[in-house]
Write a protein that binds this ligand. Sequence first.
Ligand SMILES: [Zn+2]
Length: 331
Amino acid sequence: MLGKKEVMVGIDMGGTRLRALVVNAENKILGMRRAPTNAKQKPDRLVRDIALLVEGAVQSAGLKLSDVRAVSMGVPGAVDAESGMVFHAPNLGWKKVPLGSKLSALLKVPVFIENDVHVGVMGEYILGAGRGARELVGIFVGTGIGGGIILGGGLYEGARGSAGEVGHIVIEINGPLCGCGNHGCAEALASRTAMERDVRAAIRRGEKSIVLKLMKERGRERMTSSIIERALIEHDPVMEKVMEHAQFCLGILVANVVNMLDPECVVIGGGIAARLGKDYVSPIRRTAYQYFLRRNDARLVKIVPGLLGDDAGPLGAVALAKLRLKGKAGP
Ligand SMILES: [Zn+2]
């Protein structure tokens, strides 16, 4: 028999889809619901969609909303965790949306809000590849590159709540333009978007590649992680070269982060890492070790792929809510 109020709902809100997990006190998944994120509609409509998703997920676990102790959400943007305010979420077109209070008013349950990458890092830290570490950095590679820092067992938020933006560490000052307006950020060199740009440029120069054919066959407009995986299995020379460069840049990024923070563990998360695992991370680790200031015991710093895949966000959101309910989210 489930104790009342032991259940929490963790939600990962991406630019294109929402995913809610119902989780018990032992972090066992009791129920799940997915829905597309209709980013074009007004925030109030989207908040109502999220409330319906939560209700559906709770029902799928055979429970009621009154059994839920808290709902916790990762949102793709800048948030104020204290007030539950989403300041800016470019993928959703949101500016200053009080998501926490709106959702909590609909569900009559406490709602916690956090940046989506921060919750993913928290998930890997508490339940995934970073388990047992005390100081950890998570680097999530997808359409962009995000990150999060765990120091002293808690999420390090920074003075303005924006710590961990490792994707905008500049690796190449005259490098390609980044979405942030600067040049040569890690995100502009090694994200999936950057890799796709480099693959397309190589094809335009006349290099032979099966990538565009794969995208067409699968009806994809973007170079997804599964297309990257397939092209590498087929030994596509353009993909191999682009991947090697992205891994090199990520190795430099990891080394910069380790030289700065000296964590026990760096978790590389996101879709590519979930698909390719150690084949993706091993070359990153090799480069990183070469660029560590302290190389003699480099191997003490674990550099590993994430273990939780899509569950990292919702499970991490729940873990973070538990810390907040205990009154200790920060280090
Ligand atoms: Zn940038």
